[in-house]
Design a protein around this ligand. Sequence first.
Ligand SMILES: NC(=O)c1ccc[n+]([C@@H]2O[C@H](COP(=O)([O-])OP(=O)(O)OC[C@H]3O[C@@H](n4cnc5c(N)ncnc54)[C@H](O)[C@@H]3O)[C@@H](O)[C@H]2O)c1
Length: 253
Amino acid sequence: MAQRLKDKVALVTGGSMGIGRAIAEAFAEEGARLIVADIDDAGGRAVVRAVQAQGGAASFVHVDVADIDSVESMRRHIAERYGRLDVLVCSAAIYTRGEDVVQLDAAVFDRVMAVNLKGVFNCCKVAIPFMREAGGGSIINLTSSVGWHSTAPGVLAYSTSKFAVTGMTKAMAMDHLHENIRVNGIAPGPTDTPLLRASRPPDQLEAFKKAQPIGRLGEPAEIAAAAVFLASDEASFITGVILPVDGGQTTHI
Ligand SMILES: NC(=O)c1ccc[n+]([C@@H]2O[C@H](COP(=O)([O-])OP(=O)(O)OC[C@H]3O[C@@H](n4cnc5c(N)ncnc54)[C@H](O)[C@@H]3O)[C@@H](O)[C@H]2O)c1
């Protein structure tokens, strides 16, 4: 089968681990020229080495998506090394759980919003001019099953940030409709990544897994498969969509 992202320049924020890493690796397998962008340099460089060992093309750039100066140096990396950008995946995010509005520290709320929401804003702000110049592109924002349809107790900051990412994704899809820039979201259900594993003690994690309608967690590769599709020209008529990849979680009563 032909590679579906052949020669497209694709940047994945949060590409050092978890879902972002799986997306980065899947993109490289599909022929993309990959840029892994993350605050975790060691993890990101390891992904780049693994991709290169498989014959893929990849580079790493350090970024804190919440910091516009850091995102500006990411822009320079794109401009100097590639001169174009065809695909952006915003996967970088942080998670906090267990507090209601009274308990939640305002500084924690601010940081979650800065990384999860402003980070998407910052990265799209630098990506869209490249896409405009290239005559089009595809942006995929990672929202969440607690950020597009329903939510759950104890995830106030995270859920708020992800509902906002859902809204921003749809708003950007409308703004860039006529520039051939497609903007979509993926709303994963609980997926087996470092973020999820850190969210609960092991016994609670086991119970949580069993409580899923499908009886298991998602695998990062299952989210990555949806991202490959949305990034590729196969999805050329799809924009403004939030695609749930959640084992039926948000449909189940
Ligand atoms: N794992 C799940 O169950 C799940 C469910 C729904 C949505 N999501 C979403 O999917 C995406 C990926 O989640 P994951 O589980 O792979 O998370 P993860 O914690 O395993 O990986 C997140 C990555 O983002 C990076 N990162 C964090 N802050 C950053 C910053 N300020 N700048 C740059 N990089 C930063 C981390 O270093 C890490 O590499 C996130 O947007 C998350 O909200 C995950």
